[in-house]
Design a protein around this ligand. Structure first.
Ligand code: ZN
Length: 153
């Protein structure tokens, strides 16, 4: 496994739409293993392909007991909304901010072998899934940060 370079906000690759994975070969497995390693070394809970310069629809997540490798992930349904604080390995921590995400969702995805899976996620895991899927469409959480005065508290 190798640690890959993380691309930072300002790099145009983070603003591009990633492409569907159609080839499930050894290279894909190496990429996912490298992404897990890169995420851990940097203390993250999720990492998406574009963040390591790969414009493919892949992401890895490790949060609590949940370890997910997502290939071609899609949100099938979602419900509720929760405000929570987010940061990103590609964005300066000074820009951490509050974002509204669904409370729970159902996710479809493939693994490194192309097998299809479906699962539910809620709370922080649902938040991380949404954050990583946004990366695949060139969206960063800073695009969605809400200002404190809008919280109505
Ligand atoms: Zn991120």
């Amino acid at each position: 496994m190798a640690v890959r370079n993380i691309f930072f906000e300002g790099d145009p690759i983070l603003r591009k739409k990633a492409k569907e994975v159609t080839v499930f070969d050894e290279r894909l497995g190496v990429l996912l293993d490298d992404m897990f390693e890169t995420m851990r070394v940097n203390g993250g809970v999720g990492l998406a392909g574009p963040q390591v310069g790969i414009l493919k629809r892949v992401a890895v997540i490790e949060y609590g007991d949940d370890k997910l490798e997502l290939v071609n992930p899609k949100i099938l349904s979602q419900s509720g909304s929760v405000i929570g604080l987010e940061g990103c390995l590609s964005v300066d921590h000074k820009k951490d901010g509050k974002v509204i995400r669904p409370q729970e969702l159902t996710l479809a995805y493939q693994d490194r072998h192309g097998a299809r899976h479906e699962r539910k996620a809620e709370g922080w895991l649902a938040r991380i899934v949404c954050h990583e899927l946004d990366h695949l469409d060139g969206i960063l959480f800073i695009d969605k940060v809400i200002k404190d005065e809008k919280e109505g508290e």
